[in-house]
Design a protein around this ligand. Sequence first.
Ligand code: SAM
Length: 342
Amino acid sequence: MSDVVQDALRRPLASLRVSVTDRCNMRCRYCMPEDEYVWLPRASILTFEEIARLVPVFAGLGVTKVRLTGGEPLLRHDLPTLVALIARDARITDLAMTTNGLLLATQAAALRAAGLQRVTVSLDTLRPERMLAFAKSARHADVVAGIVAARQAGFGKIKLNAVVIRGFNDDELGDLIEFARTHDAEVRFIEYMDVGGATRWSPDQVVSQQEILRTLTRRYGPIEPIAGDGRAPAERFRLADGATFGIIASTTAPFCRACDRSRLTADGTWFLCLYAAQGTDLRERLRRGATDAELAGLVRETWQARTDRGAEERLGVAERGALYRIDSLRADPHREMHTRGG
Ligand code: SAM
């Protein structure tokens, strides 16, 4: 049984992003541009059993959607075992993962068999030399192989996340749509966000939803919005030829009022907003022997008091720059996007 808990702005607790590791095998300039990082201590990382105890606590309070993320989730050894543990809870009706795809080709079938329902692969560029320059990875072909393998493993329409950055990949919007079309996938263009980790962010590099639509209209003609439920982060659109795509306009048109998402870091810190300064330490309570009812009480109370509207508040900041400088990220790695999960 679940009992849907609402926050102070009447937003339900419906979706949980679970970061399974803060480590990543890419170094995207908009997320992990530094040479060195402070990692979460190994002993603090939740075991699969600990994650599998927490997820049902959230499910009992209304969570139906779980997305595994990171860091790079496929770096976590034996991820299908965690998938199977989470999938056995029938209240979780949508179990998904966001990955950079580098290791997906070898793991797609096992993940699918374990009960993973959906996969989103991050793919910012179709040009290997750009990926090398921008993400310090020469393994573009592995990402494409991962997308192909995920389809073969039986995942339905795969989503492709592309962060659009002026002067990097803003000339590839149509090409990404064409790539998605040939791979039975749907691309979601993401506005560059000034989150922790994006220490080189500046407003002039953001390509807005409006600009993305203008560019695509020049290539494809009129674009029609697709009505949604107002809760998904992406607004979806259809081209005259039937191809669909999404845009996540978190920077220029944030959707905080409909945000039902929260985030659990790999060390069990629970954040109510991507921009939140503080999280709630669930690991400590879990390891000190808190019961499920005690954990549920804490989650319920914390969610009920939630008023966060981080992205909307950022919109009101004059002279906006990167959210954090590198020294404050080093002082608390929980502020990093790769720790919180995207
Ligand atoms: N490693 C996995 C991946 O690459 O998909 C999962 C974690 S990653 C942090 C999740 C998503 O966050 C990716 O699609 C990534 O592109 C996005 N992301 C990271 N930094 C971002 C930023 N500054 N603005 C917008 N999206 C960002």
